[in-house]
Design a protein around this ligand. Structure first.
Ligand SMILES: [Zn+2]
Ligand SMILES: [Zn+2]
Length: 214
């Protein structure tokens, strides 16, 4: 048994850190799920599938008899990690000048919930405030003390996290389409996010405002 404090050096090397360049992500060898011996087995399993360019459906399909709450938690962690890379691509074109409000088309204005009282933030501030806030939630000792068991009350965080994260795609799609398309073509990140959100009913279909490419 591996204890919670001593993660092996192998698993240490198998982790993408925030700030890793896209081309440097997932540079390690694939290990089958039942052979991964670390506390980060699920994360590693998901990242291996992404690195090996498996289909969107395969990446979000849990291994047999996997705890489905932990599975969702780890997928959302992974989306948050990848959305941090996604957001960086917009930091030059999406500024307080170009996008002073967090909109998707002219019809949707999103308020930033990462403050004591929700407020209007510029789109790029909304991106990073939401990502920081989501990371803080997911790393919260109180809400998610263990990564191997998720309480029913903490589960309630998932739909609101997913709903807010989706808005990053929506803004990017409707206001910075060229960059969005380039990233999506390479990563299928939004497609995976939406497929996952629908599979576990985490976002109501009426909120999914980006037209499906299929
Ligand atoms: Zn923008
Ligand atoms: Zn904000």
């Amino acid at each position: 048994m591996t204890s919670t404090t001593s993660s092996s050096t192998t698993s240490e090397k198998r982790r993408n850190r925030i700030g890793t360049k896209n081309g440097d992500l997932y540079q390690w060898t694939h290990i089958p799920y039942d052979q991964i011996n670390s506390n980060y087995a699920t994360q590693e399993y998901i990242q291996d599938k992404i690195r090996e360019n498996e289909s969107v459906e395969d990446i979000i399909e849990p291994p047999e008899s996997h705890d489905l709450h932990v599975w969702q938690y780890e997928q959302i962690r992974q989306f948050t990690l990848e959305l941090n890379h996604f957001a960086v691509h917009f930091s030059d074109v999406c500024t307080a000048k170009t996008c002073p409000k967090m909109k998707a088309t002219e019809d949707w204005l999103f308020l930033c919930a990462s403050h004591k009282a929700t407020q209007e933030c510029s789109a790029i501030d909304y991106f990073f405030h939401t990502l920081d806030n989501t990371s803080a939630l997911l790393n919260s000792e109180k809400l998610f003390p263990k990564r191997i068991e998720i309480s029913t009350s903490s589960l309630k965080q998932f739909p609101s996290i997913m709903r807010r994260l989706y808005r990053l795609f929506a803004h990017a799609y409707f206001h910075h389409r060229e960059i969005y398309d380039q990233i999506e073509e390479q990563t299928h990140l939004c497609e995976r996010f939406v497929t996952f959100a629908l599979k576990y009913s985490l976002v109501p279909p009426s909120s999914l405002i980006i037209p499906s490419p299929k």
